[in-house]
Design a protein around this ligand. Structure first.
Ligand code: ATP
Ligand code: MG
Length: 166
């Protein structure tokens, strides 16, 4: 099915804003992807966003400041979720998508979790033929970027029509 990722994000943001505001944080967005239509499962895509936002809140020490953005890059729609939280040390970044993996933080940042959220995210991204990248710096924050291929079949159709007319 085809999903407008910007529209989907707007509704997720409306839902999630309450949680962020209850922690005196802020959730901002800048949705520039155009076209924003991707082939995706709406339910799974919503869950992916919730998982990334849940982490962004959980792994922020004080008021969570989260920014969601979309843009079009080459043949991809790029979705980014950026936080200013505790970050991840580079030696652990390679493992966070493994099932049950949680970065050991001792009692410095004691939050509950099973270590399953990101393994689910990875499975869903793979199922959409997408890619996920992470940029993170300890005590500065983390940015997750998901690359979704733009529905190229549509572009093919459009150009054929254009050629036919010419
Ligand atoms: P669950 O999502 O199952 O409730 P979880 O949040 O611990 O538990 P994942 O979402 O899979 O599990 O994340 C794995 C680990 O990666 C986390 O335990 C945490 O150490 C680290 N991590 C994930 N997102 C962030 C983030 N935004 N900032 C800092 N660390 C993160
Ligand atoms: Mg999680």
């Amino acid at each position: 099915k085809e999903v407008n990722i910007n529209t989907l994000i707007n509704s997720v943001v409306l839902n999630f804003e309450l949680r962020v505001k209850s922690k005196n944080g802020e959730l901002t967005s800048d949705l520039k992807a155009d076209p924003a239509i991707i082939k995706a499962d709406e339910v799974h895509l919503t869950n992916v966003l919730f998982n990334l936002l849940d982490n962004a809140v959980k792994y922020s020490k004080d008021e969570p400041r989260i920014h969601i953005s979309t843009e079009t890059k080459d043949d991809f729609v790029v979705l980014s979720v950026k936080d200013h939280g505790i970050g991840i040390q580079s030696e652990h970044v390679g493992q966070i998508f493994e099932r049950f993996y949680r970065v050991p933080t001792g009692n410095v940042h004691d939050v509950k979790g099973f270590g399953l959220g990101l393994s689910y995210v990875k499975i869903i991204v793979d199922a959409h033929k997408g890619k996920i990248k992470v940029e993170s710096a300890p005590n500065k924050g983390t940015k997750f970027m998901i690359y979704f291929p733009i529905n190229t079949e549509d572009h093919g159709k459009k150009s054929k029509i254009a050629i036919g007319r010419g």
